[in-house]
Every structure is written in C-alpha cells, then in structure tokens.
Write a protein that binds this ligand. Structure first.
Ligand SMILES: C[S@@+](CC[C@H](N)C(=O)[O-])C[C@H]1O[C@@H](n2cnc3c(N)ncnc32)[C@H](O)[C@@H]1O
Length: 307
C-alpha cells in the first residue's frame, strides 16, 4: 500500500524517518525521495541480506541514509546507538519479504524444496528444523493452534512426531507432505478466494515461532510512540490477525491513556492520551492493488499520531 503509507507518513524535506523493515527497499526509496534535501532515513532490518540489497538500491541517497542491522524490538537502543532520540515518523511493514519466499533458500515456502530454516536473522538460534525435530507433540500443537489458528493442530503435531521415528524432517517439502497426509483439506473460509494448502497455516505458525514475531511487535509498540516528536506518525502494516490485534489494541490504549479497569467512577491511574488514531477503520488495499500484487490482499494499515 505504498500510496496510503506515503500519504499518512507525511514525509517532507528535512524530516527524520525510521523504516523498521527495509526489506526490498520500496518504502525506503519513496521516503528518501520525499525527505531530501536535509532529511535522514534510518533503515532497520534484522536480515543482513536485505540490508546489503538495500544499500545497493538506495545508493543514490546514501548521504541521507543510515542502515542498521537489528530487531525492531530494540528500536530505542538501535536509535540511541546512532545518537538519535526523537524522529518524525516510524514505519513498520511486518512479516517476511518476497526475497525470503523466493530467493533466500530458507524454507519459508513449500512451493520449493529447501532446508527448514525460516530465520529472518541468521545470527539467531532455533531454526524451524530444530523446533520440528525436537519439540513434543503438545508444544508443536500449541504453536500451530496459537500462531496458525490451525484446526487440526493436534493431528498434525502427532504425525510429525511419528514421522521423526524414521529420521529428522529436514525439508520444506517433507514437512508439507506430512501435514497434507495428516490434515483434511481445509474448507474455504469466508473471504478466501480459493482453498488454501493444508500446510499454509503450519508454515506461518512455525515462522512466527522461530522469529518470535509477536513478542517483537509488542516490544516495538511499547517503545515506538516514545520516540516520536509531537505530530510524528506511527504507521504499521500487518498481514494477519494476530499482528493486527496487537497493533490495534496498543494504539487504542495510547489514545485512551487511562488504564483503569472499566467501572471505576474516577480515573485512578492518571494515564494521559499520548496518540490519536488516524485510521478509524482499518485501511486496506484497493482491489486494483490486490490484482497487481496478490500478496497484499490481507494487508491492514493502522496509523496513529503523537499528540
Ligand atoms: C514485508 S518485508 C518489508 C518490505 C519493504 N517495506 C519493502 O518496501 O520492500 C519485511 C522486512 O522486515 C524485516 N523484519 C521482519 N521482522 C523484523 C524485526 N522484528 N526486526 C527487524 N526487521 C524485521 C524482514 O527481514 C523483511 O526484510
């Protein structure tokens, strides 16, 4: 949703903006074109491959660009490390990139046979293969249920543990095959154009667990508002309901300020509203954008402005 993101970020010459998820560099390039002259883009990504590509792609703006390797769950420390304490806008475009699916060779997709890795940051431990081959059936089922909302989580987890008896599950296709045999093909859910492959939710759940994605988003949402100058905007693009729930609730509570339990006659916490939500209704891609880029179909943009 590049047009909507740029409209809400409201980038102008001289501003300092953080792109917490540089990835392929598309949003970063759009931001850089708007903040020159005099502006600064701080680009973060936890994947060094993404940063290397971005450095090449964004070379024409290198004087206005600072690229940092790290997890946005540590955004305060990362910015402090480069002497930045307040910024005019923060963007997070969550999840994995097209590069991860099509070019990384890390087993994010079962459309090709690759080792089960699924780490965005290759310097962290715990690959998807480690989880699949070491966790108990109960622990695997919990991951598939909580992160994938998978109805057949128990059956699939037991099938994986049974398959391990004849050797480790090493590749994306091997895992997809076990899931396909264990789970009945899912019925189409409301809003889904076609039936999804039975392994889709399992792969998403594993990826979320490997990269601790929900914990990172929560930590990010705790820090990002405090880094914005008055009038600065926080724009977050999510791609599934678990991510969106965290962002939506956190933005709402920042707008409300008060954290007292409902029913108290007067506020006892003294909390004050610090942000104003600009996207009353979730902002979604247009039909034309979904036609151009089917990966955008589940995107939701939420934006809040610092008071
Ligand atoms: C959806 S892609 C971003 C695409 C990008 N906005 C563009 O225009 O091409 C998400 C990127 O964020 C990175 N990422 C995901 N979670 C992260 C986290 N917690 N901290 C830092 N980077 C993260 C991924 O490595 C990936 O490169």
């Amino acid at each position: 949703m590049p047009t909507e993101v740029q409209a809400y970020l409201d980038c102008r010459p001289g501003k300092t903006i953080v792109d917490c998820t540089v990835g392929g560099g598309g949003h970063s390039r759009d931001i850089l074109q708007r903040i020159i002259p005099g502006g600064m883009l701080i680009g973060i990504d936890q994947d060094r491959d993404a940063l290397r590509n971005a450095e090449r792609m964004l070379a024409p703006w290198s004087e206005n660009l600072r690229l940092l390797h790290g997890n946005f769950s540590r955004i305060s420390d990362l910015l402090e490390g480069v002497g930045v304490h307040a910024v005019d806008g923060i963007l997070a475009d969550l999840g994995i990139s097209l590069y991860h699916i099509e070019g990384s060779g890390r087993g994010f997709s079962f459309s090709r046979d690759e080792p089960l890795d699924m780490r965005m940051n290759l310097e962290t431990s715990r690959t998807a293969g480690e989880l699949v081959n070491t966790l108990s059936a109960e622990a695997l089922a919990r991951i598939f249920r909580e992160y994938g909302e998978e109805r057949w989580s128990g059956r699939i987890a037991r099938a994986i543990v049974a398959a391990r008896k004849s050797g480790p599950v090493r590749s994306s296709l091997a895992l997809a095959d076990i899931v396909r045999k264990a789970a009945p093909a899912p019925r189409r859910r409301p809003g889904e154009r076609r039936r999804i492959h039975p392994a889709t939710r399992v792969f998403m759940a594993l990826r979320i667990a490997v990269n601790r994605e929900l914990e990172s988003i929560s930590a990010f949402m705790d820090q990002a508002p405090g880094l914005l100058r008055s009038g600065g905007r926080l724009c977050v693009l999510t791609f599934h309901s678990l991510e969106d729930r965290i962002v939506k609730h956190r933005m709402k509570s920042l707008e409300k300020g008060c954290t007292c339990p409902p029913g108290l006659p007067v506020c006892a916490c003294g909390g004050r509203a610090t942000m104003r939500v600009l996207t009353r209704k979730a902002c979604r891609p247009t039909a034309a954008e979904i036609d151009r880029n089917p990966m955008a179909r589940s995107a939701i943009l939420r934006v809040a402005e610092k008071g």
